[in-house]
Structure formats: structure tokens, C-alpha cells
Unconditional design. Structure first.
Length: 178
């Protein structure tokens, strides 16, 4: 299999996670996951940037992308789950849950480090959601994983995340470019 096809298949694999990570910027809001509660260190558990609606909107977005892939990809050379439509849907769900859990974990660590909501933390912002997406999707997607594949996706995710936030800021969707 040539490198370009492998790269395309890996991007298709991670796509539900990217949607889960970006949709809450637009659809999030309302009650926060931590209900405004603080920890013993005086900082919020997760902060105002993590809302319940955003959490479920992210999972729903990943599920939707997985379902679209289940319709579109079987039978093509981009078919990553051997024609198994249920695997696409399940992978989408797992990637969505993993992404949103990892996003929460990232914010939790940021708050424990005293980093305020919305302030950047280079590795945590870009890679925590990715790490958890990989972990949770492992049962369905492990056949796609290799050292090279994970390294490729980590680098891609890092730079796409940085770039996407600059664009979201220019479009007025986010007040800060990270
Ligand atoms: N968002 C949300 N609910 C979530 C995750 C994200 O509503 N579970 C929305 C919030 O409006 C948030 C925006 O998406 O401000 C961007 O997400 P993110 O960059 O992860 O949050 P930050 O505001 O930067 O907060 P943190 O410092 O905790 O990362
Ligand atoms: Mg942020």
C-alpha cells in the first residue's frame, strides 16, 4: 500500500475525533461539567470552557461522522474497517467519547497547574484529546495502529490543532488564537 493511501486512511480514522474536538466551540454553552465547583487548590475542577452540551455535542458529531463513513467508505479503497459498517459507527462513538474525556482530562491538569481557562498549554491542548481518542478506539481500530501511524497522526494533529485555532480566531469563533 503506498504512503499516500495509508495517510488518507489514517486521516479518515481520526476524522471523527477532529470533529468532536471542534464542534463544541460552536455548539457548546450552558451548564458546565463541573457545575462551577472548585477543588482544594482553589481552582475549578474543569472550568467554564467545559460544558455538558459541548461534551455531548462533540460525541454526537463524532458519531455522525462515523455513520457517514459507514455509508460512504465500504467498497472503496478507503475502506478502513473491512466493509463492516457497524465498526465505523462504533469507532466514531469511541473516538467521540475518548476525545471529549481526554479534553476534560487536559483541562483538569491545566487547572491543577493553575493555568486559567482558555490560556494555552502546548502539549495538553493539542494532544490529550488525541491520546484518549487512540486509547478508547483501540478495541476497534488497533489494526490501523503502528509506531509510524501514531507518530504521523500525532504530528498532524498537533499542527492541525494549532492551525485550526488560528483560523477559528480569525473567523471570530474564538477570542484567542489557540
Ligand atoms: N467547549 C464546551 N464544552 C466542552 C469543550 C469545549 O462548551 N466540553 C467549548 C467552550 O466554549 C470552549 C471552547 O469549546 O471555550 C474551546 O474548547 P477548549 O479550547 O478545549 O476550552 P478552553 O476554553 O480553552 O478551556 P481550557 O483552558 O479548559 O482548555
Ligand atoms: Mg483552549
Amino acid at each position: 500500500m503506498d504512503a499516500l493511501l495509508t495517510a488518507i486512511r489514517l486521516v479518515l480514522y481520526i476524522l471523527p475525533s477532529y470533529f468532536a474536538n471542534s464542534v463544541p466551540v460552536v455548539l457548546g454553552g450552558g451548564t458546565t461539567v463541573d457545575l462551577g465547583k472548585k477543588m482544594g487548590d482553589g481552582n475549578r475542577i474543569f472550568g467554564d470552557g467545559k460544558t455538558i452540551r459541548g461534551f455531548f455535542a462533540g460525541i454526537a458529531a463524532a458519531l455522525l461522522i462515523g455513520s457517514l463513513q459507514a455509508i460512504l467508505l465500504p467498497g472503496t479503497e478507503w475502506d478502513i474497517y473491512d466493509g463492516n459498517r457497524a465498526s465505523y459507527v462504533f469507532a466514531g462513538l469511541l473516538l467521540g467519547i475518548g476525545t471529549m474525556l481526554g479534553d476534560l482530562v487536559g483541562s483538569f491538569i491545566k487547572r491543577r497547574q493553575g493555568i486559567l481557562r482558555g490560556k494555552p498549554s502546548l502539549m495538553l491542548d493539542q494532544l490529550m484529546f488525541f491520546l484518549f481518542a487512540l486509547l478508547l478506539s483501540y478495541p476497534v481500530c488497533q489494526h490501523l495502529f503502528s509506531i509510524e501511524a501514531v507518530a504521523f497522526l500525532a504530528v498532524l494533529t498537533y499542527f492541525l490543532h494549532v492551525g485550526a485555532n488560528v483560523i477559528a480566531n480569525r473567523l471570530g469563533l474564538k477570542s484567542v488564537p489557540w
